[in-house]
Design a protein around this ligand. Structure first.
Ligand code: NCD
Length: 306
């Protein structure tokens, strides 16, 4: 297909392009009104084959705040998919009507497949337990703004590192951004996949199962939920579901300026009491998600014209 650019995995963007998107997001945060008409006349389609709150709303809010419009479905049963239409045909059709599309799908690889049949930019908003590149842009922007100047962060990833696609995308990208230390905190059953570890320099990470053991070293703690919908065995989920619960007592040993991130939704892994701690930045993070998606939409539409 033509020279259209898609974002399926974070590595589809060069480091330079990621930098430009983050810089643009910062400019938008500073002066949102300057971008209120940046996408006038453009249409964004959201194809959500899997539930979502933040990702879909933040994309829709992003496009509306850029002066564009939106169409889409959040429930595949309400589209022709329910009649047995293939994703390939769905995207071909959507591409006739809109300028840019966002897809979330429970099956790994479907957004990539869709992009092959699309002559408008396709953005992966999460494919199964695989990747979630726009959450990564959100996470990068959060760290950039809230941990300015921190060059060699120690980042702890805690929870379901096996199925957690936000972790997969974030780690892969951080590995390309410079030196960091990774502490992977999970039960043995939910360890980070080998293909992600292969991206990391030797000696840059450890794998442990105790959150307490890591706490005092961390600059960033990235909590995740146990991904119930990806378990084949509900009994296994029930056994693991509350393996980590972050509360104020556990945070007593953390650095004063550590930040606690979470892609959300949270289930039980962060006690509500933590929300009042100034280190808890997950709702701010959700807001950064909208700004970074505004920047991404502008960039992908611009790149298309080149
Ligand atoms: C995440 C996802 O969908 O992978 N949510 C999100 O997009 N912010 C995390 C999750 O569902 O646990």
């Amino acid at each position: 297909m033509s020279s259209v650019r898609h974002l399926i995995e974070p590595t589809d963007l060069t480091q330079q392009e990621i930098e430009e998107i983050l810089q643009l997001a910062e400019k938008i945060i500073e002066k949102p009104e300057a971008y209120a008409n940046a996408c006038n006349g453009k249409l964004l389609a959201t194809l959500f084959f899997e539930p979502s709150t933040r990702t879909r709303f933040s994309f829709e809010a992003a496009m509306l705040r850029l002066g564009g419009r939106i169409i889409g479905f959040s429930e595949p049963n309400s589209s022709s998919v329910a009649k047995g239409e293939s994703v390939k045909d769905t995207i071909r059709t959507i591409a006739c009507y809109s300028d840019i599309a966002v897809i979330r799908h429970p099956k790994e690889g479907v957004p990539r497949l869709a992009s092959k049949y699309s002559d408008i930019p396709v953005i992966n908003a999460g494919d199964g337990g695989h990747q979630h590149p726009t959450q990564t842009l959100t996470d990068l922007l959060t760290m950039r703004v809230l941990k300015k100047g921190l060059e060699h962060p120690t980042v702890g990833f805690c929870g379901d590192l096996k199925f957690g696609r936000t972790v997969h995308s974030f780690v892969k990208t951080l590995a390309k951004q410079g030196e960091a230390k990774y502490i992977f905190i999970s039960p043995p059953e939910l360890k980070i996949p080998e293909y992600i570890k292969e991206e990391l320099p030797e000696g840059s990470y450890v794998e442990i199962s105790s959150l307490d053991q890591a706490m005092e070293e961390l600059d960033v703690l990235y909590m995740t939920r146990i991904q119930r919908e990806r378990f084949l065995d509900e009994g296994e989920y029930m056994r693991l579901k509350d393996c980590y619960i972050l509360n104020n007592e556990k945070l007593e040993h953390a650095k004063e300026d550590m930040i606690i991130m979470h892609p959300l939704p949270r289930v039980n892994e962060i006690a509500d009491e933590v929300d009042k701690d100034p280190r808890a930045v997950y709702f701010q993070q959700a807001k950064f998600g909208m700004y970074v998606r505004m920047a991404l939409i502008i960039k992908l539409l611009e790149m298309e014209g080149k």
